[in-house]
Design a protein around this ligand. Structure first.
Ligand code: PEP
Length: 254
C-alpha cells in the first residue's frame, strides 16, 4: 500500500514571516491525521524558518525546489546537496517544467541531480510531463518515456523506490486547466509501466506518482482516488494554508 504524499511547491513566493504565518494556520486546519505524508517546499531563503516553525510538527517534512549536482566549488548562486542536508531537508523537486523551460535543464542535467540527491540521501521528486503541442501531436507516451528513462538512468531498485515521480502536464500548470481524472490516470498508469520496464514490476508498484497541475480543493479528492495517483504536487493552491489543508484532507479520504 503506497502512502499518499502531498507537497506544496511555493516557487518564488513566501518571505520568512509569510511562511511562519502560513504554518500556524495550516497546522490548525490540517488536523492530526498521519495517513498522508505532507511536504512543504519553500524557497531556499525560508527553509530554516520553516524548520523552526515545524518544531512541534515533525510529521510535516521539508523539501527544496532545486539544487546543483556537485558537492561544492565555483558555482556562483548554486546550492549543493550537502547544504540541503545541513538544513534537514528530506525531499528535493528536480526537473520541474519551469526549470526545464526557463532554465534549460535537460534530462541529462536532471539525471545528474537525481543521482546526486540519492548520494546525499535526499529523496527526489522528479517532475515529468508533456506540453500542449506534444499532447495534440499524440506524443504523450514518447515524451514521458524519454524523460523518465533519461532522468532516472543508472538508479537501482532501492533508489527508484525512494524517488517520487510527479506527472505534471505542462498545459495544466498554473493555468486552471486540470487534466481530467481519466487523462491523469491514463498517464500515471503509463508512467508506472515505464518504471516497471526500467526496473521490475514489484519495484514500480512501490513508487509513488503524484499528479500536479492546477490541483485545488474541489478536484483533489477525485484525482487522488484514481488507482495510480498517489498524491499531488501543488503550486498556486498551496500558497493558501486553508486550501492546502483541504487538499491534504482530500488525499486522506477514500
Ligand atoms: C507546479 O508548479 O508544480 C504546479 C502544479 O503548479 P499549479 O498547482 O499552480 O498548477
Amino acid at each position: 500500500m503506497r502512502k499518499k504524499i502531498v507537497a506544496a511547491n511555493w516557487k518564488m513566493n513566501m518571505t520568512q514571516s509569510e511562511a511562519t504565518r502560513f504554518i500556524s494556520t495550516f497546522l490548525l486546519e490540517v488536523g492530526e491525521s498521519r495517513d498522508v505524508e505532507i511536504v512543504l517546499v519553500p524557497p531556499f531563503t525560508a527553509i530554516a524558518t520553516v524548520n523552526a516553525a515545524l518544531e512541534n510538527a515533525q510529521h510535516v517534512k521539508v523539501g527544496a525546489q532545486n539544487m546543483h549536482w556537485e558537492r561544492s566549488g565555483a558555482f556562483t548562486g548554486e546550492i549543493s546537496p550537502a547544504m540541503l542536508r545541513d538544513l534537514f531537508v528530506r525531499y528535493v523537486v528536480l526537473g520541474h517544467s519551469e526549470r526545464r523551460i526557463l532554465f534549460g535543464e535537460t534530462d541529462e542535467i536532471v539525471n545528474r541531480k537525481v543521482r546526486a540527491a540519492h548520494e546525499a540521501t535526499l529523496r527526489p521528486i522528479l517532475c515529468v510531463g508533456e506540453s500542449l503541442e506534444q499532447r495534440e501531436r499524440g506524443e504523450v507516451e514518447q515524451v514521458l518515456s524519454t524523460q523518465l528513462r533519461g532522468s532516472l538512468a543508472g538508479l537501482g531498485a532501492k533508489e527508484l523506490q525512494e524517488t517520487v515521480i510527479a506527472y505534471e502536464p505542462v498545459w495544466a500548470i498554473g493555468t486552471g486547466k486540470t487534466a481530467t481524472a481519466e487523462q491523469a490516470q491514463e498517464a500515471h498508469a503509463f508512467v508506472r509501466r515505464v518504471l516497471g520496464e526500467i526496473s521490475d514490476e514489484a519495484t514500480a508498484e512501490k513508487i509513488r506518482i503524484q499528479y500536479g497541475g492546477s490541483v485545488k480543493p474541489d478536484n483533489a479528492r477525485t484525482l487522488m482516488s484514481q488507482p495510480d495517483i498517489d498524491g499531488a504536487l501543488v503550486g498556486g493552491a498551496s500558497l493558501d494554508p486553508r486550501s492546502f489543508a483541504q487538499i491534504v484532507q482530500g488525499a486522506g479520504e477514500k
